[in-house]
Structure formats: structure tokens, C-alpha cells
Design a protein around this ligand. Structure first.
Ligand SMILES: *Cc1c(COP(=O)(O)O)cnc(C)c1O
Length: 454
């Protein structure tokens, strides 16, 4: 079978080209008529029929085309969906790892089954375990907490700031003689303020694990996120950037961290492919897991990687247009961005004076069908019941049975600054397939609503 037999015109995504054209026309007619500034200033919400349907969609699938189709077909036709052996010569995951490492600017990359698995491998790579403390942002995805607990280490939360990411000052305050690592997470498309974080970490001999799951393709002062710390991880789940539905990767330039991560993802074993990359093995076998990536996933990711810059470039462009369009609003307080050029443009964020005002702002934006929300996609970890009660999978779990583990308390009083940031911010989602009309519609809506509720 060849690709000729695969019909070309079947839309790969519910948001087909035709939908886009229809929506763009609708948006054009709206911008040309119903939503002229005069109307907007009148304070009236436009009737629903005149509001463009603004759906950021899922960026990875919006870029699916013949490349993914062809790569998947090659795996099917080769009869080799497993990365290490098969009737064909399986090389999709191997090639993806090589290209991904090159793209990120690291010596090594390892494909795994998810971002969560990548975190477990990175934690194993750093050799963290019972008695160690790991600093984790109070607002982030579950996996940044569970990877520490699974290792038997103790999670210690530090607040986020107006970057939506780790506050370097609170990170420094939370350091103890037992602190072995910090997870620097780049949430909601924006890099955390890495310079001070790296400086503090180096001074105090603390390893930096960068979680760039929500920022694949982003950068900080010209270097790709995930490549600046000791080890970095990514997720390829559909809500992130490039996607294979599920999937993850670990990157590092340290051969010992790499070999430990490799072994952890393959039951503690290694493979000549990895030994060749490292040069020689220095890590003995230890008990691991199976988090190996399969060739179908590797095929998808190889194709998606060639489009990552295009995906990020489009989202970033729309986000910058909107930021530029709202930055002069009287009294507006935008999300703090340590490196706007490295932001992938997943959303635009701004802060209201209190929760009540923020909630009114959200309500007004929703009435105008603007995809606005609170901080989203993560969890206020210290206030979760299972965290407060320090529940691991066994009551004698080492994380919470050391003197420090018994003494530590979680809960709202341990993350007031984070709760404040969470309560005051509004996010507006950006999309790679937005049009200029949509950008302008969002700008106009924010002008109108901010003036009304502030
Ligand atoms: C999604 C996500 C993960 C986990 O990735 P999965 O592929 O869903 O396991 C880890 N960290 C952050 C910040 C995430 O957003």
C-alpha cells in the first residue's frame, strides 16, 4: 500500500479548512460591521450571531498533514511498531530522539510514554530519594508532585509570582540543608525567570529539573526551555504543543543523568543504542519501570517536530498582537514575562485588583464569547485533600515518615501568594489558527470589559 490510496481530502481534524474559511468570513463580516469601535464603546454586548466563534483548538492536530500520515504508514508497512527490534529496521524513536536533542541544544534526548513518565525518569536520573527535599511550585500539574513522592523524597512547595511560575525569592526561602533539587516549571506557555533560579541553585548546589511540558518550543534568552537546567522534560499530550496524543521526552547533556533516566525507563537495563550515545556505561543496573516509546509515537513526533517552530511562531504572533493591543489600557497589569520573545503565546494574561473584579471581568468576557478563564491546566497543590493528608500509596511511605515529612504541613496558609495570583488573573487563550479579525475582536473586548469593571 502506498500513500496514493489514502484519500487526501479527508479532514484530519474537526476544524477543517472549510470550517476555518467559514469562520474567517464570519469574523470578517463581524469586524466590518457589528463590532465597530462605536458599537463597542456603547457598552452593549454584540448579539451572539455577530460574535466570531473563537476556538483555539488543539495546536498539534491543526498541523497534521501528509507528513504524519506518511510516517505512520511507514511504521505500519514495516511491521515494526516496537523501537528496539522487528521485521523492519525500526528507527523512528531513535531518529526522533536525535532530532529532538539537536533542536533543544542538548547532548541527549529520551522518548518516553508521557510527561509524567519523563518526570519520573528525570527524578531517577538525578538520583533523588528518601531524605531529599525537592522544591515544587505550589501551582503546577500533579506530576511535579507525584514524581517526588514516587521517589520517596519530600515535596516542599514554593509560591508562584506574576509570571505564573516559581518565585525565585520564595524558592530561596524554602531551601534547607536537605534540598537536593528544584522543579522549575514553565507554565501556560511562558518561561519562568530562570536566571535568578539557576544562580540560586548553583550557589546552593541544588539540581534544576526544568518542566517544559506546557512550553515545548519556548526559550529563555535564546536557549530552548528544558536545556538550561540539569535535566528537562516535555509532554506531547494533546493539550500541549506538538502532539502524539500521549508521549514525553527527557533531555540532558549529562551522561550519568541520561544513563540513569534510560535505565529507569527500561526496567533498569540499557541498550547498545544508548551506550553508543553515551560512549560507555558507568551506571549499574537498578530497579526501573517500562516507559518506552513505541514507533508509532516516534513517527508522529518526528513529523510534528518539523512543524514545531511554525506552531509556536503562529501562536506567539497572535499573542504579541493582543499584548500590544491591550498594553496601553489605563491601569492594566499584564502577566510578568521574563522573556517575551521566548513565550510560546499559549495565552495572554492580565491581573485585576481583586477576585470579585476578576470574576466580573471573566463573566463579561464570556458574554462576548472570548475564551477567557482563570489560571488553568494545573492544580493548587497545597490545598488538595490528598496532599494536605500526605497520602502516598502506603502509610509507611518514606516521603512523609522522616522527621521532616512528619513535621511538614501543607494547606492554604502555606501558599497565600499563589492563591492571590490565582484569584486575580484572567487568561485569554490564543490559537495558532486565529485570524487578524479574531485578534482585534479580543483586543476590543478586553478594552471594553477592563474599562467597565476595573
Ligand atoms: C501535562 C503536564 C505534565 C505531564 O504530562 P503528561 O504527558 O500528561 O503525563 C507535567 N507537567 C506539566 C506542567 C504538565 O502540564
Amino acid at each position: 500500500m502506498t500513500t496514493q490510496h489514502i484519500p487526501n481530502r479527508v479532514p484530519l481534524h474537526p476544524l477543517s479548512r472549510r470550517d476555518f474559511l467559514t469562520r474567517s468570513c464570519l469574523a470578517a463580516s463581524v469586524a466590518g460591521g457589528g463590532l465597530r469601535a462605536g458599537r463597542l464603546r456603547g457598552g452593549q454586548a454584540a448579539p451572539p450571531s455577530e460574535i466570531p466563534r473563537i476556538d483555539p483548538g488543539y495546536v498539534g492536530p491543526q498541523f497534521f498533514d501528509e507528513r504524519e500520515r506518511q510516517a505512520l504508514l511507514e511504521v505500519v508497512e514495516s511491521g515494526s511498531p516496537f523501537r528496539f527490534w522487528g521485521p523492519g529496521k525500526p528507527q523512528k524513536v531513535q531518529r526522533f530522539e536525535e532530532e529532538f536533542a539537536k533542536y533543544m541544544g542538548t547532548r541527549f534526548a529520551l522518548g518516553v510514554t508521557s510527561g509524567t513518565a519523563a518526570l519520573d525518569c528525570a527524578v531517577a536520573g538525578l538520583g533523588l530519594g528518601p531524605g531529599d527535599e525537592v522544591i515544587v511550585p505550589a501551582y503546577t500539574w500533579w506530576s511535579d508532585y507525584t514524581c517526588v513522592v514516587h521517589a520517596g523524597a519530600l515535596p516542599v512547595f514554593a509560591d508562584i509570582d506574576r509570571t505564573f511560575n516559581l518565585d525565585p525569592k520564595d524558592f530561596e526561602r524554602k531551601i534547607t540543608p536537605r534540598t537536593k533539587a528544584v522543579i522549575a516549571v514553565h507554565l501556560l506557555g511562558g518561561p519562568c525567570d530562570l536566571d535568578p533560579i539557576l544562580e540560586i541553585a548553583r550557589k546552593r548546589k541544588i539540581a534544576v529539573l526544568e518542566d517544559a511540558a506546557q512550553c515545548v518550543g519556548g526559550s529563555y534568552r535564546g536557549q530552548k526551555l528544558g536545556s538550561l537546567g540539569d535535566v528537562g522534560i516535555y509532554s506531547f499530550q494533546i493539550n500541549k504543543t506538538m502532539t502524539s496524543g500521549e508521549g514525553g521526552a527527557v533531555v540532558t547533556s549529562d551522561p550519568v543523568i541520561y544513563e540513569r533516566a534510560v535505565r529507569f525507563h527500561h526496567m533498569g537495563l540499557t541498550h547498545p543504542l544508548f551506550t553508543d550515545r553515551i560512549g560507555s556505561s558507568t551506571v549499574p543496573t537498578f530497579a526501573g519501570e517500562n516507559f518506552r516509546m513505541n514507533e508509532l509515537t516516534g513517527a508522529m513526533l518526528g513529523a510534528q517536530l518539523t512543524k514545531l517552530d511554525a506552531m509556536v511562531g503562529e501562536m506567539r504572533r497572535h499573542a504579541q498582537v493582543v499584548y500590544d493591543g491591550i498594553k496601553n489600557i489605563d491601569g492594566i497589569r499584564l502577566r510578568q514575562r521574563p522573556d517575551p520573545a521566548g513565550d510560546i503565546g499559549y495565552c495572554v494574561g492580565f491581573e485585576m485588583k481583586d477576585k470579585a473584579t476578576r470574576d466580573r471581568c471573566l463573566q463579561e468576557l464570556h458574554q462576548r464569547k472570548v475564551p477567557a478563564s482563570t489560571l488553568t491546566g494545573s492544580v493548587l497543590l497545597p490545598i488538595q485533600e490528598s496532599v494536605i493528608n500526605k497520602r502516598a500509596r502506603h502509610p509507611n511511605w518514606p516521603s512523609f515518615n522522616s522527621p521532616e515529612g512528619k513535621a511538614i504541613t501543607y494547606g492554604p496558609d502555606t501558599c497565600r501568594q499563589t492563591l492571590g495570583v490565582f484569584d486575580r488573573f484572567v487568561l485569554v487563550r490564543m490559537g495558532a489558527k486565529y485570524t487578524e479579525r479574531i485578534d482585534q475582536y479580543i483586543i476590543d473586548a478586553i478594552h471594553q470589559v477592563h474599562g467597565m469593571v476595573a
